[in-house]
Design a protein around this ligand. Sequence first.
Ligand code: NAD
Ligand code: UDP
Length: 312
Amino acid sequence: MKKILVTGGAGFIGSHLCERLLKEGNEVICLDNYFTGDKKNVLHLLENPYFEMIRHDVTEPFFAEVDEIYNLACPASPPHYQYNPIKTIKTSVLGSINMLGMAKRVNAKILQASTSEVYGDPEVHPQPESYWGNVNPIGPRSCYDEGKRCAESLFINYNQQNGVKIKIIRIFNTYGTRMNPYDGRVVSNFIVQALKGENITIYGDGKQTRSFQYVDDLVEGMIRMMATDDTFIGPVNIGNPGEYTMIELAEKVLELTRSNSKIIFEPLPQDDPMQRKPDISIARKELNGWEPKIELEEGLNKTINYFKTIIA
Ligand code: NAD
Ligand code: UDP
């Protein structure tokens, strides 16, 4: 039985990861300050004696004897990470320093949940890990993008300077059950709007693209990444290469929810990336044949059914 720490474990992705790690027979410590996460996401795990929740902010040091750390603590939706940008930077930077320091002290393996946002508004398409990105360092997304880029640098340097065993994954847009319905991300917005019969808000002309990955595929990729040989540190893109415009996504959600909602167009936020699609050749090769299995329609149906239960 391994002892595993998941920071941000009460969030959308973290809660699925905790559940899966427990199912595999591990002992899991879930650490969260509940900024965007919710105890409800992990309530069903509390009866498991090998699951422990701790209210803690990763910007403060934390120590526990663990074998592995998954560092997910950080708000992920633009309205949430822009709510208190300085805190977002501190969460990525101080949070990484604290977790890396702990990993060094207890000799734990540590995985960083980085993001496709390190590529910014990419000029290379699809994006391979070798692309350095096109990020505005002073724009409204920079607190998140640069925080995550600095975290990657910290991880690499703790590895090179101190021999800490690290893994970096770059997660592309992920959706699924337990997403916060009001977190402002596109999949949750469109589904909630469709189910409530409200207007579907497309920002800009809706021709910008994203690649949407269902959360179960991501969790599988994370676990396989953690299990790779110590010499393999990444970064590795984990995402579903299926690429859709926001108009296509809106139409798909309307079709699956059988909603009469109207599509309306609102201004495009500053620095909103025009295109995004992962090159997943490295993940396919290094993660023991990993690839996304859940197509958009199947994943959307699962998510729609979930939102139906919580909105009702
Ligand atoms: P989420 O907002 O649901 O989860 C983030 C969790 O971190 C929440 O439970 C929140 O309360 C917690 N948290 C935030 N700041 C904290 C702090 N200072 N101390 C302790 N806990 C803190 O978002 P998510 O979609 O589950 O994202 C999880 C991770 O994956 C994030 O690091 C995010 O950057 C990364 N990621 C997500 C996506 C995506 O599409 N969902 C894409 C790329 C990367
Ligand atoms: N978006 C949209 N309507 C919404 C919310 C988002 O058209 O109600 C767009 C947003 O401008 C972006 C895309 O959907 O182009 C994905 O946005 P999200 O915030 O989900 O993720 P990110 O931009 O961080 O990839």
